[in-house]
Design a protein around this ligand. Structure first.
Ligand code: NAP
Length: 282
């Protein structure tokens, strides 16, 4: 990559960002198309988010990705929001057009495209169980409702956040049947009633299968099980689902496709998926 006086910047705002796979993936894509843009990690603590966003504008960044814990808070600091960000109430991509910052959310489309790579899902026939109610869960829930999923069940450790997501979904998609179940409720029962299962909590690799996923024995070969945590290793949920013959989706596919959608917003070019996929290989 050649840096010169005309190089534009994009980056990822988060706390922490040192583990992020996005710089490697995005720089490989930018370089392969010969674009004079460089993608940099931008570690920003929550109290410094306003200054960081002002800095993007001041330094004429072309845009940025936004990750934990800023996806919701950043929305209030931007000039406008795309419908994808309004519907989810979360921003994962900022585009800077001549000083006007617009927030987008590409997580939902990233999820749908990644899912399409592992399974042919008729969403109208696929009631879904979503574990979690944070930014990723919101994006997935909205994407599923947009694609005609008729029944969505939400389970979250903090019930208020699950209820907030339900309110958001019901107001945007009155035809969808949305149910909130308690974190302590029988997970096996919820699994048995749904076809698509999405873990959008940040429990990730740390989760202890016995405690966190009691009831996974109710999974079957007709389930499609997604764990959004970014990891090239199999999570304990996916390991249990594999034993039952379920179709599996890890977080890497969603990372790839949300990144490709962000890339297109910044560059107006189709993202080189093969290059990005290769850059994500361990
Ligand atoms: P977030 O907004 O901070 O939400 C975190 C969620 O995890 C909340 O529902 C939270 O529940 C739950 N949670 C956290 N710790 C927990 C625990 N110990 N026990 C039970 N629940 C717990 O984060 P996010 O942006 O939605 O991200 C969630 C996960 O998705 C992360 O692993 C992230 O890396 C992944 N992700 C992946 C992609 C991708 O492209 N693959 C994209 C986005 C996110 P409470 O509400 O009770 O706190």
């Amino acid at each position: 990559m050649k840096i010169d006086g005309k190089t534009r910047l994009v980056g990822i705002l988060g706390d922490p960002v040192a583990h992020s796979l996005s710089p490697g993936m995005q720089n490989a894509a930018l370089a392969s198309l010969g674009l004079n843009i460089c993608y940099v990690p931008l570690p920003v603590e929550p109290e410094q988010l306003p200054e960081a966003v002002a800095g993007l504008r001041a330094m004429q960044f072309r845009g940025a990705n936004v990750t934990i814990p800023h996806k919701i808070a950043v929305a209030n600091l931007l000039d406008s929001l795309d419908v994808s960000a309004v519907r989810t109430g979360a921003v994962n991509t900022i585009v800077n057009n001549d000083g006007t910052l617009t927030g987008h959310n590409t997580d939902g489309i990233g999820f749908i495209r990644a899912l399409a790579e592992v399974a042919k899902v008729d969403f109208s026939e696929a009631p879904a169980l979503i574990l979690g109610a944070g930014g990723a869960a919101r994006a997935v829930a909205v994407a599923l409702a947009e694609n005609g999923c008729p029944r969505i069940t939400i389970i979250n450790r903090t019930p208020e956040r699950a209820n907030q997501l339900k309110t958001l979904l019901v107001s945007e998609f009155p035809a969808a049947e949305v149910t909130v179940r308690a974190w302590e409720a029988d997970l096996g029962e919820s699994l048995a009633q749904n076809r698509l299962v999405v873990n959008a909590t940040s429990l990730g690799m740390k989760s202890n299968l016995k405690q966190a996923w009691a009831g996974v024995d109710k999974l079957t070969a007709s389930h499609v099980v997604c764990d959004l945590v970014y990891s090239t290793k199999q999570t304990s949920l996916l390991t249990a689902a594999k034993e039952k013959g379920a179709t599996l989706m890890g977080g890497t596919g969603m990372l790839l496709h949300q990144g490709a959608a962000s890339f297109k917003l910044w560059t107006a070019r189709e993202a080189p998926l093969d290059v990005m996929r290769k850059a994500l290989e361990p």
